[in-house]
Write a protein that binds this ligand. Structure first.
Ligand SMILES: [Zn+2]
Length: 390
């Protein structure tokens, strides 16, 4: 199973070998030590990991959910307390991610809220549907005298006289306070028509959380990566991994003992396909970069690696607006070269350098158009210069 969201760092699946392109420790390490840092965890990792939890909770019929639910014996449980160390791979990554987030005082469970509608399928005792714990744990003495321990909320809240019957009288057992508190809980959550569902508390619409997570406050101060919100998050994550040399090029695959026909760059066949070669030093990459730089009106400097290119973009010029656009373009450049390479290997599609330049121009144009705010130029102006209308 491949990681979701296009930006997962979890292990791919080649035979039984699990590959961690970037270790979790690296992900949570402080930025000064080359990691993403806590701030970036909030921005990026929550977005990616929570997406898995989200799918597990909100989309039970999906393949992903049914697999995990089956493995973990989750049926009917809405709390995410599980961790089965015997099941390797992606699942453990996700479980570990959850633990690491909790060390940062981020509780994934608190990001979601189970919204009860008709309550027909929700167990009143066993599901956590009001507050942070289920009634079974909140009112153990009442649960003990409940004759129908699996009854639904709908059954209990139907205005039938005998909806609440106990094995013994709660009042005579001294449970008056518990009973009063239980009734208050019930009344505090009026049921409404519709299906039960999970909501994500990070956003106002409760659904599209990944897009809504704000990256602006998480700019790294002296980073190898600028967390530019104008580029898609999967692209920024890719750039970050590329700067660490952690993308699955032929050369890295081979050095990890994976059996592939050749470690040579498929574009020039003149060098090992290492990350810096593929994205920066290969004649294809060099040509495309020089064309892009010329379009930007920037004299192409000598650059020998991904980190260097990123650093150059992050410190280029004096105008912040121009620099932001230039960073997006450089990210688009690297992302584009990676994409053309994958198209060639996996789809047999060849992209000429000049066509590649055009694709990168239009890709970065669309990113800024979709994500940017304020005045933006039109396509004709953009093709003339990316710094039009600034
Ligand atoms: Zn090459």
């Amino acid at each position: 199973m491949r990681g979701g969201g296009g930006g997962g760092w979890g292990g791919g699946n080649n035979g039984n070998r699990k590959i961690h392109w970037v270790s979790w420790e690296k992900v949570i390490a402080p930025k000064e030590e080359g990691g993403l840092g806590v701030g970036s965890i909030r921005a990026l990792n929550i977005g990616l990991i929570v997406k898995w939890w989200w799918r597990l909770k909100s989309d039970p019929p999906s393949l992903w959910s049914s697999v995990v639910t089956g493995i973990q014996n989750l049926n009917g449980k809405h709390n995410l307390f599980l961790s089965n160390k015997k099941v390797p791979g992606l699942w453990n990554n996700i479980v570990n991610a959850r633990k690491e987030l909790s060390k940062q005082n981020i509780n994934i469970d608190n990001i979601f809220k189970y919204v009860v509608r008709s309550g027909e399928k929700t167990s009143i005792w066993n599901n956590t549907w009001i507050g942070s714990e289920n009634f079974r744990h909140k009112y153990p003495n009442l649960y003990a005298i409940e004759p129908n321990k699996n009854c639904s909320i709908a059954q209990k809240t139907a205005s039938k006289q005998n909806a609440w019957q106990w094995k013994s009288c709660p009042l005579s057992l001294g449970l008056t306070q518990d009973l009063g508190s239980l009734y208050r809980d019930l009344f505090s959550s009026p049921l409404t028509p519709g299906d039960n569902h999970w909501r994500c508390k990070l956003t106002t619409d409760g659904v599209h959380f990944v897009k809504k997570i704000d990256l602006t406050s998480h700019h790294a101060t002296q980073p190898s990566i600028t967390w530019c919100k104008l580029a898609p998050i999967k692209v920024v994550a890719f750039i970050w991994r590329a700067s660490l040399g952690r993308i699955p090029t032929s050369s890295t695959l081979m050095s990890r003992g994976i059996n592939i026909p050749s470690s040579l760059c498929g574009s020039c066949v003149g060098a090992d396909e290492q990350v810096d070669h593929l994205l920066v030093n290969c004649p294809f990459a060099t040509y495309v970069r020089e064309m892009i730089f010329t379009w930007c009106g920037i004299c192409p400097p000598t650059i020998i690696g991904v980190s260097e290119l990123i650093q150059f973009a992050a410190t280029w010029g004096n105008c912040m607006k121009q620099r932001r656009r230039f960073i997006v373009i450089c990210y688009g450049l690297l992302w584009g070269i990676w994409k053309f390479r994958n198209d060639r290997i996996f789809n047999g599609t060849f992209t000429t350098p000049s066509r590649g330049v055009e694709i990168i121009k239009s890709m970065s144009f669309l990113w800024i158009k979709v994500r940017g705010s304020g005045n933006f130029c039109n396509w004709d102006e953009w093709r003339l210069s990316p710094f039009s209308v600034l």
